[in-house]
Design a protein around this ligand. Structure first.
Ligand SMILES: NC(=O)c1ccc[n+]([C@@H]2O[C@H](COP(=O)([O-])OP(=O)(O)OC[C@H]3O[C@@H](n4cnc5c(N)ncnc54)[C@H](O)[C@@H]3O)[C@@H](O)[C@H]2O)c1
Length: 272
């Protein structure tokens, strides 16, 4: 099997680990390009590489001239909106980490159209949670309930818009958001990608509660899904990523695992 050409947008905590996984051969791929609005982040990263020689590019047009077959977006919701269509229409499939962007039907439809025109795919890693395979399977029978409750240390949470709250002063568990996933991804765009992945997997706009909890040191996600076929409760306690406390390390590992699957010559595929 020919080694796939991969480019990465965003050389932050997730992007850097993805790059390292390729460098170490854990993901068998050729790293052809890196892009970040802060170019130095990519430049610094390439200094640590021996087996890979990606081009550090200044914009998306340049990135696409390297003819990647897979582009990993590990940047921001804005990046998905700004570059997603061009990537997909230009012949590369897109691994989306900032999955909150896909909760906007307008954005999702544009990307799906571009993917169809480019004969490419949009891949969403399971991310910082588990059991999305079962949730997807249950779609066939429908759902009575799809909820996510997330607890994070207050300093790991970043709320945007009104009302702005100084979460560093929170001394007891405090709900900072209750509502639909489509709203959660706007209010907490850096935190609650899991709610978007759960919603996309279930085909519903999940009910979400986010709690700033000074008693927890891990990012805790609890999913409850009730359907005719199964009742599923999942609790995942994630260690924050050493480089970005808002990101759970499992999300990074999940992205690496997806990329490994997409680039692997393995003939045995486990999990739906
Ligand atoms: N799917 C999940 O489960 C999950 C979990 C954690 C984080 N995330 C999301 O993944 C993304 C990356 O997370 P991270 O922890 O690596 O963040 P990070 O802040 O460590 O790194 C992001 C990098 O992207 C760059 N960037 C931002 N906007 C850009 C743009 N428009 N164009 C080019 N570069 C841009 C930044 O300069 C930064 O270097 C975030 O959007 C985060 O919310 C998803």
């Amino acid at each position: 099997m020919k080694v796939k050409r991969v480019a990465v947008i965003g050389c932050g905590s997730i992007g850097s680990e993805v790059v390292r996984a390729i460098e170490e051969g854990y993901v068998k791929a050729e790293l052809v390009a890196l892009y970040d609005i802060i170019k130095d982040k990519c430049v610094e990263l390439t200094k640590q590489l021996r087996s890979q020689e990606p081009r550090v590019v200044s914009d998306l047009r340049e990135l696409m001239t390297e003819k990647p077959e897979i582009v990993v977006e590990a940047a921001s919701q804005d990046a998905v909106r700004e570059y997603g269509e061009e990537v997909l229409r230009g012949g590369a499939s897109l691994v989306v980490l900032s999955v909150g962007a896909l909760m906007d039907p307008n954005t999702l439809n544009k990307l799906l159209k571009a993917a169809e025109e480019g004969n490419t795919y949009i891949y969403v890693p399971t991310g910082a949670i588990a059991a999305l395979d079962a949730v997807r399977a249950l779609r066939r029978v429908g759902f009575e309930k799809v909820t996510l409750r997330t607890r994070k240390p207050p300093t790991s949470l970043k709320l945007v818009g009104e009302p702005t709250k100084d979460l560093s002063k929170v001394r007891e568990p405090t709900a900072v958001f209750r509502g639909k996933a489509s709203e959660a991804v706007k209010k907490l765009p850096f935190n609650i990608n899991v709610s978007a992945a759960l919603s996309l997997a279930s085909g519903t706009d999940a009910e979400v509660e986010v709690i700033a909890d000074p008693n927890v040191r891990r990012n805790v996600h609890e999913i409850e899904v009730i359907s005719k076929a199964s009742r599923i409760t999942v609790r995942v306690e994630n260690v924050p990523s050493p480089r970005n406390p808002r990101t759970s390390y499992l999300a990074t590992l999940s992205a690496i695992e997806l990329l490994r699957k997409l680039t692997s010559p393995d003939r045995l595929i486990v999990g739906t």
